[in-house]
Design a protein around this ligand. Structure first.
Ligand code: ZN
Length: 344
């Protein structure tokens, strides 16, 4: 069944799809400014002049050219009752549609729910993205770390991702050395990497629209015993959560496995994020593996498993794999070694 038909099964009324990622997923039309109207028997695509020729080429879709403010025209052209994606429509867009006389029905997660279960072609793109990332990590491990800034190392990784098949970055890369590694979403800065530090590198590329996401923590020479210990605890937590991933497992339960391992070592307060989100066209999508998640894993879900331990002002460790959920476990897509790798 086509993606559009699967969406239609979930609809009570026609849906205005305004999230560009959803539009791309449904009809393979890439733009920053398109709205799709999905009805029982027809699909209309509203976009402006810049995307007109691409929109005309989309099979099975009626193209309607609008002004740059697409929804301003949509409000004038349509009447009746429409579903909207409430996680994406802004308040001002809502007001414009309402002022045009449209009756709006908010929905959450309609297209995201479909995107959460990947088709074989999507998995293929994700495998290729992760293979690019594996090659980039292997090349990064050959680079000199000590004496270079986090920013320089991030730029090197960005180049390596592109040279190894990535079309671009999946997100702004994080490189945190020493105390900066204790900041889970650290921005690479001017800090110079020193001997005997842990260096957290979180990197991902995009291939055919799909993201890879992998974190490894490197050591620049021998590290203090306590840092070695948090590395080993984090790795144990990562491996055990990975073991818990399978179809039917609850997102909260997979998270809890890692939280228990780290908590039992007295380090629970240093692990404040969920064990991982879903990944696909974006790096944070459904389903979620975290304490408050209500998701149950299904075959074809792609999720990261990335526990971390962050000692403020001192050091951090995070180890992350991207996996595909299967009936009896998972297929790990990221293969760079997880033993503590020592770099120069
Ligand atoms: Zn990551």
């Amino acid at each position: 069944m086509s993606r559009l038909d699967r969406l239609r099964e979930r609809l009570q009324e026609p849906l205005l799809v305004t999230n560009p990622v959803s539009v791309r997923y449904l009809v393979d039309f890439v733009s920053s400014n398109g709205t799709l109207l999905v009805e029982e028997e027809r699909v209309r695509l509203y976009t402006d002049f810049r995307y007109a020729s691409a929109a005309r080429a989309v099979a099975g879709v009626e193209f309607v050219e609008t002004a740059r403010f697409v929804l301003g025209d949509v409000a004038k052209l349509l009447e009746g009752r429409f579903g909207i994606e409430s996680d994406h429509l802004t308040v001002s867009q809502w007001e414009v549609l309402r002022a045009g006389g449209l009756e709006l029905v908010p929905h959450r997660g309609l297209v995201e729910g479909l995107r959460a279960v990947k088709e074989e072609s999507e998995l293929d793109a994700m495998r290729r993205a992760c293979a690019s990332s594996d090659r980039a990590y292997a090349a990064l491990a050959e680079e000199r770390f000590v004496g270079r800034t986090e920013k320089e190392l991030a730029w090197t990784m960005e180049r390596l991702l592109r040279e190894n098949g990535g079309d671009g970055l999946a997100f702004e890369l994080a490189v945190g050395a020493g105390p900066n590694g204790a900041l889970p979403h650290v921005e690479p800065g001017e800090a110079v990497i020193e001997q005997g530090q842990l260096v957290v590198v979180d990197a991902g590329c995009v291939v055919d629209g799909y993201c890879s996401d992998c974190t490894r923590t490197f050591a620049t020479g021998p590290v203090e015993d306590e840092l070695r210990r948090i590395y080993d605890v984090c790795l144990d937590a990562q491996l055990r959560s990975l073991d818990a991933v399978r179809a039917g497992a609850h997102g909260a339960a997979v998270d809890k496995v890692s939280r228990d391992v780290i908590g039992d070592e007295g380090l629970g307060e240093f692990y404040g994020h969920g064990v991982g989100p879903g990944v696909g066209l974006q790096v944070h999508e459904a389903p979620a593996l975290r304490p408050e998640s209500t998701d149950t894993l299904e075959p074809g879900n792609c999720v990261t498993v990335e526990p971390g331990i962050y000692l403020p002002g001192r050091a951090g460790v995070r180890i992350e794999d991207l996996v595909v959920v299967t009936d009896d476990g998972c297929e790990v897509l990221t293969h760079f070694p997880k033993e503590l790798v020592t770099v120069r």
